[in-house]
Design a protein around this ligand. Sequence first.
Ligand SMILES: [Mn+2]
Length: 323
Amino acid sequence: MLVSLKHTAKLLKEQDNFLLLMHQSPDGDTIGACYGLAYVLQAMGKNVRTLCSDELPKKYEFLYRDFVQSKEVRSRFTVSLDIADTKLLGRYEQTYAGKIALCIDHHISNTLYAENTLLDAGAAAVCEIAYAAAKLLDIQIPSKSALCFYTGIATDTGCFKFGNVTPQTHILAAEIMEKYPNDYAAVNHLLFDVKSAVRIKLETVLLENMEFYSGGRCSVTWVTSEDIDRLGGECELDGLSAVALQPQGTEVGILIRQKGNSEIFKVSMRSTGNIDVASTCKKFGGGGHKNAAGATVSLPLGEVKKKFALEADRLIREHLSAN
Ligand SMILES: [Mn+2]
């Protein structure tokens, strides 16, 4: 059932014991919404625990490091944040898929798996919605929560640069900055400028591998597991696909990343303007937003490159003829 913001606030007020779920490969938005709500609910005296299938990136440590999990209780009101599909619960899918009482999300592709779903596909980040819900809880929102919500908004919009940014996005971010004291500039520096040495080397590999199609309007780049091992193992991959859209004249950027040592590749597509890459990713069993989408495919790398470059070419041609 789709529910309103007001109804969501009512549910959050009524319940005492919460389990807040983040999606696998957690990003700033799912972490921000989870801990933003977690601090608010704990400030209201409620029992709150958080859970994610994967380890939370160090980069976001400033959001979750002070959180203390509440003690175990028998049953909990389970809330999923930024999770369009139960598949994204990762290793917790089996346990929680049929037990989500409330889902707060901004993905148009949401499968409505939860008992109650608060969905606003017009929101740039789920943190916009979570912040709006928190404002209805009749409690002073802790500054730490506000920083969490701000982080989700900033990261899901690429620091207020992506096409999903609306006037409302700026209004909410401005309101947060005005009402809650935090060092927002320092946080943005940490989120958008600072990179680990491994990440910098990984970006170098991506730039070296980059190929161009559709007269330079499409870029395709990739990284294999072997590359990642050679560079010194895993590193933060947040926003990595933005690299594919950096070359001047590129309208569709495709980043292919090998998963493990098999022929399974995670493909991330980014686009500018009205080019809808979610439609392409859907064809391959994935999904996402108009300008940012992804899919996981099981094919040899050469085939993956060819198939996605062809699809991108079709999108670019359609876009050109429509203008
Ligand atoms: Mn999000």
